[in-house]
Design a protein around this ligand. Structure first.
Ligand SMILES: [Zn+2]
Ligand SMILES: [Zn+2]
Length: 367
């Protein structure tokens, strides 16, 4: 009847609601896409974080909201069993952070794994998939880890060198020979424990990388996480993959650390290359266009190429197509043929060697 008046009143209503809308924090998720790789889903999981229930600065719900904003698929809140600086102010019941966070996580589609940080002096282990959060307090390390195993936990040695260079100390050797842990956190926040790398292969352990976040997460702050190659998106899927050792640790920026097999599976799935490369005479940017739909960056350097070919180093940025530039020398063949090159992915560390992943590429070159 009075379209103008109706429009005006709608506008006034909208304006009146503005302060309310602004009072609320914006919930924006920054997407970090991952491809399927080797028939697995790649789940992004931070399995080491703290809340006010131990020495963290935030409430459990905040951890879930941060995880949602940072596009994590799975989290575990792992408060310390025997370090409780807030005990005057919050409950001593260590299952509370999990119970508080779980309905929010489930509502947002984030997997949540019950966990605890077994904290005995300077040696810390995370125990995941536990059934009773309160069964570890006051126990010495081996007893607490034995309790975790009894509860069906997947346990890993946290930040092994945080108080000085890590060694395979007698207590670690005992825990290992009693099959009380299955992984080592090589990457804790931005810190990489190179001295612990050798034990991954020697003892058949799983590579872990977590934030160990205590403060509130800041926007655009890189978050260390595990990339887990899971058969299905479920807590059970995570457990199976962790026991099978199908992980890569990612610092949320450039660095990737993992076993050869999983780094290679990851890089292969992320970097799609054509089978044929046609050279346009006189064009400066001839080469191999690499399509990367993932949130990961790959820094590539030539490791091996025919003597008549020059391959330029390049960084393939997240969600980009980047041309790996190739120049041909005068003595290059003039007719089409198969070419094999090998590229070093210099932002990766292979646990077996300590060096970067080397990735072979093959294509038909039409000069
Ligand atoms: Zn710790
Ligand atoms: Zn911790």
């Amino acid at each position: 009847m009075f379209p103008l008046r109706r429009c005006l009143s709608a506008l006034l209503l909208a304006l009146a609601a503005l302060p309310l809308l602004h009072a609320q924090q914006e919930m924006v998720r920054r997407h970090r896409p991952m491809p399927k790789a080797g028939g697995y889903l790649i789940l992004k999981a931070d399995l080491h974080m703290h809340t006010v229930f131990s020495d963290g600065q935030v409430w459990p719900v905040t951890r879930v909201m941060e995880a949602w904003r940072e596009d994590l698929d799975a989290i575990s809140i792992t408060d310390h069993d025997d370090y409780r600086p807030n005990e005057k102010d919050v409950s001593m019941d260590l299952s509370r952070p999990y119970e508080i966070a779980r309905p929010i996580a489930e509502g947002l589609g984030i997997l949540i794994v019950p966990g605890v940080e077994i904290t005995k002096g300077d040696i810390h282990f995370n125990a995941l998939f536990i059934k009773d959060h309160n069964a570890f307090r006051g126990k010495e390390l081996i007893t607490a880890l034995t309790e975790a195993r009894k509860q069906g936990a997947f346990s890993f040695w946290n930040h092994p060198g945080w108080k000085g260079r890590a060694q395979w100390w007698p207590v670690i050797a005992t825990a290992y020979s009693d099959k009380l842990f299955q992984g080592i956190e090589l990457l804790n926040g931005p810190v990489y424990y190179e001295e612990a790398r050798q034990w991954i292969g020697q003892h058949g352990l799983t590579v872990m990388g977590n934030s160990d976040i205590h403060n509130a997460s800041l926007p655009d702050e890189p978050r260390t996480m595990n990339l887990i190659f899971a058969r299905e998106r479920s807590v059970e899927g995570l457990r199976e993959a962790l026991h099978a050792g199908r992980t890569v640790a990612w610092d949320g920026g450039r660095r990737l650390i993992g076993k050869q097999e999983w780094l290679e599976t990851l890089a292969r799935a992320c970097l799609a290359a054509p089978r044929e490369v046609r050279f346009t005479p006189g064009f400066w940017y001839n080469g191999l266009p690499l399509v990367n739909e993932s949130a990961l960056a790959f820094e590539l350097k030539p490791a091996e190429a025919p003597s008549w070919m020059q391959v330029q180093p390049v960084t393939v940025a997240p969600r980009s197509t980047t041309i790996l530039q190739i120049r041909l020398n005068r003595d290059a063949p003039k007719s089409p043929g198969r070419v094999a090159i090998r590229l070093q992915v210099s932002n990766t560390t292979v646990t077996e060697t300590g060096g970067p992943l080397v990735l072979p590429f093959e294509f038909e070159l039409h000069p």
